[in-house]
Design a binder for this molecule. Structure first.
Ligand code: 6PG
Length: 244
């Protein structure tokens, strides 16, 4: 059953990154102990860079990386070597620095010209990996998410069609303000996770964080992440939490 979100306010972005790395290895070690593997979806954006750098250095010995399987909660509609690619960021700051088997890395094929085909291919990869019967959803051990100033998370932006998706696991979502498609997990996947962790840093997020926690009627996309049988953890730095 869903529990109340757990909020931790850290003194700085660096402390947030360290706390996120600690959470990652804690959840991961427990998952490996219980099931023999740790299946995690990384977030895009820039905030996770600090966590990745911590994991690749100070925390590199805290997890059996051979038992970790990596997915992404969303991806930009660009090739994997594009500066905007979430895969590129994670590969450069984390995956290339750790002994993760190549076949444990499930990159979104966002280089495909047709974003819908990329989403369908990624959805099929999830269904195959999790051996999902039709109509069921994968249970990630951990899904990492960020939040934009508009309250979006993954690539579930306000006013976009993906917010209403209840059947597909992954969709191509047209984001008008960027005039581009994004490939994103849908709420059924996010809300099937065992643990969801939001990493939010910076004063530009403070007003939105205030709404998330004090205005249930704000109807922000990130507020709809409520795992039916899982935990939500918010790791905020004090700038992002200044309004709480
Ligand atoms: C993306 C993300 C997006 C991101 C937020 C926060 O692909 O950009 O998945 O949801 O997490 O926009 O981004 P920052 O961490 O850069 O502030």
């Amino acid at each position: 059953m869903s529990t109340e979100p757990h909020v931790r306010v850290l003194g700085s972005k660096q402390e947030l990154s360290t706390a996120a790395a600690e959470l990652f290895v804690d959840v991961g070690s427990r998952a490996v102990a219980q099931t023999g593997r740790f299946v995690v979806a990384l977030s895009g954006g820039s905030t996770p860079k600090g966590m990745n750098q911590e994991l690749a250095t100070n925390f590199s010995s805290r997890l059996d990386w051979q038992k970790v399987f990596f997915f992404w909660s969303d991806e930009r509609h660009v090739p994997p070597d594009h500066p905007d690619s979430n895969f590129k960021m994670a590969n450069e700051t984390l995956l290339s620095k750790l002994p993760v088997p190549a076949d444990h890395i499930f990159r979104t094929p966002a280089e495909l010209q047709d974003a819908g085909q990329a989403a369908a291919a990624y959805e099929a990869a999830l269904q195959s990996f999790f051996c999902l019967p039709a109509g069921s959803f994968p249970r990630f051990d951990l899904i990492l998410l960020g939040m934009g100033p508009d309250g979006h998370t993954a690539s579930l932006f306000p006013g976009t069609t993906a917010l209403e998706e209840t059947q597909h696991l992954v969709v191509a979502n047209w984001v008008e303000k960027f005039s581009t498609f994004r490939i994103t997990f849908t709420y059924p996947v996010l809300n099937s996770a065992a643990t969801v962790a939001f990493l939010v840093s910076g004063s530009d997020k403070a007003e939105t964080i205030n709404k998330v926690f004090k205005d249930p009627a704000a109807n922000l996309p990130c507020q709809k992440v409520q795992p039916s049988d899982g935990n939500v953890i918010w790791l905020l730095d004090k700038e992002a939490a200044e309004g709480l």
